[in-house]
Design a protein around this ligand. Structure first.
Ligand code: GDP
Ligand code: GDP
Length: 488
């Protein structure tokens, strides 16, 4: 007997790490196939969440933004399990509930109004209701007023209020949102007008954000920083990579006047070299040039996806190289180590017939000095002689793809079962048990671990886990981040 309102909503997908923390968070939970993705898509007005009957398709936690009556909130679809893998459902229910309870200001639990109440519905309801958080039950797939009556059957799950909705058609969604927004804390997000006043020059921000949320899209553009100490050959490399003929110089709006990017298109992929004026800028004295190289590295990392860390092969890895490499690692950007001036090294050698063997030894030395960048591919080039420059493009394209890769929760659960954690050399007192693990973000890949203890992971344990993940899933070139959520 509720009016069948069709709702039109404003909203978008947002990157988990980019949302303003002041916006309240609404979590959507429910067992597989009840219509969580469909509801998420309706609320955020996107089509990004995977919907439907493709068997074996899993998805991970997806964040978006919903706007209702002029108020913004963040939305998380906690779903993500192989629908036909019954064995995984109990752990999945626990995981979703945990995410929702940890993070959300309000929770919408979705059930399928066209089917009977199932054991997982009951289990999830029990976990959620106990928490005392505001929870709303959306009984989905209730297209007509006649079937909407059936929604009352779901009151036995223990919720005070029950909302018959049709995620597919939008029916009842407005009433649900009215109720949910009624309990949300007020958002401190600036209004659109205020936002426009602060970054008026940044336009068309929605698209890249949309893309970044998922990592399932075709890569179109990768932003590249060329970093390194003075005289390693950064400018020469830039020239070799862009070549005057192919380069399109495009100043981007919103950056300072001398910040100019150059874009090279190869194989349908755009390589955008950020702030090329900055790469060519030289300090007047050695000390000034060195300081400038660090400042520029940090600035360029900020604006990029992938960093080319340029090393001078004739000098090997210096303390300043290691310092700049450290910033690259910490920034969460992907890294390709470029050993430049290889021509000068080989011309000094008597045995020129086995450069391969020589490179292997050299690479080991470089790695010894840049231990934390062990995930970064290494290429030997001569920027000046244009030797092996295409390998740089190849590696950039590869690491850009790897950095946006998503491991599904199903795969992750199977991985966890396989790994023998006894092998990690961690003191007994610092061992944790991982119940579940999920990839919460891409670029860089970020994993959330649900553990028995609420402690920071021991260094060796984290290292062990990282190595195991890389062995199974790759993630070449990108750092991997971890977050722990312990049971208290
Ligand atoms: P999830 O696994 O909970 O995210 O469920 P999905 O959003 O993928 O939806 C599962 C199936 O239910 C899909 O085939 C949807 O088309 C269908 N579905 C979702 N919402 C509705 C609805 O409001 N009415 C009907 N009839 N079907 C729906
Ligand atoms: P930046 O300060 O890092 O931008 O370095 P530059 O590109 O200005 O190069 C510094 C010096 O190294 C210049 O004299 C270049 O000619 C030289 N150089 C750059 N790349 C190579 C290379 O591949 N081989 C050799 N032998 N010299 C190079």
């Amino acid at each position: 007997d509720r009016p069948a309102t069709q709702v039109e909503l404003g909203g978008s997908l947002i990157e988990e790490t980019q949302h303003p923390a002041s916006e309240p968070l609404i979590a959507i939970c429910g067992r597989p196939n009840v219509g969580k993705s469909t509801l998420f898509n309706r609320l955020t007005r996107t089509r990004r969440s995977i919907v439907g009957d493709e068997p074996g398709i899993t998805r991970d936690r997806i964040y978006g933004e919903v706007e209702w009556q002029g108020h913004k909130a963040r939305l998380v679809d906690t779903g993500g399990v192989i629908p036909d893998d019954e064995a995984l459902i109990p752990s999945e229910i626990f995981r979703q509930a945990q995410v929702a309870l940890d993070e959300a200001d309000a929770i919408v639990m979705v059930v399928d109004g066209r089917s009977e109440i199932t054991a997982p519905d009951v289990e999830m309801a029990r976990l959620l209701v106990r928490s005392g958080k505001p929870i709303f039950l959306a009984v989905n797939k209730m297209e007509s007023a006649a079937v909407a009556m059936e929604a009352d059957n779901f009151r036995t799950l223990g919720f005070k209020e029950v909302f018959p909705v049709s995620a597919e058609h939008g029916t009842g969604v407005g009433d649900l949102l009215d109720a949910v927004y009624g309990v949300l804390p007020a958002s401190e997000t600036p209004t659109d007008a205020e936002e426009e006043a602060t970054d008026d020059e940044v336009t068309n921000e929605d698209e890249p954000k949309l893309h970044r949320t998922h990592g399932e899209f075709d890569l179109h553009e990768t932003k590249i920083a060329i970093i390194g100490r003075p005289n390693v050959g950064k400018s020469t490399l830039l020239n070799a990579l862009t070549g005057t003929k192919r380069a399109i110089v495009s100043p981007i709006a919103g950056t300072t006047r001398d910040a100019v990017d150059e874009v090279v298109s190869r194989g349908g992929h755009d390589f955008r070299f950020v702030d090329t004026a900055g790469i060519r800028r030289k300090g007047k004295t050695t000390a000034m040039a060195e300081k400038l190289s660090v400042i520029m590295a940090r600035k360029h990392l900020e604006a990029s996806d992938v960093a080319l860390l340029v090393i001078d092969a004739t000098e090997g890895v210096t303390a300043l190289d290691a310092n700049i490499g450290g910033y690259a690692h910490e920034s969460g950007r992907s890294v390709v180590i470029v050993v430049n001036k290889w021509d000068a090294v080989t011309s000094n050698r008597e045995d020129k017939t086995t450069p391969g063997a020589n490179q292997k030894v050299y690479a080991e030395q470089v790695r010894e000095h840049l231990k934390y960048l062990d995930y970064a591919p290494l290429v030997f080039i001569s920027a000046q002689k244009s030797m092996n420059v295409p390998a740089v493009f190849r590696e950039v394209a590869r690491v850009a793809k790897e950095r946006r890769k998503r491991v599904t929760t199903g795969e992750m659960n199977r991985f966890l079962k396989r790994v023998d954690f006894q092998r990690a050399s961690v003191p007994m007192s610092r061992r944790v048990k991982i119940y579940f693990m999920t990839q919460a973000a891409v670029a860089p890949p970020t994993f959330v671990l649900f553990t028995d203890k609420d402690v920071k992971l021991h260094f060796s344990f984290e290292r062990f886990l990282e190595n195991q993940i890389r062995e199974s899933f790759g993630f070449v070139g990108t750092p991997i981040w971890f977050k722990t959520k312990g049971r208290n």
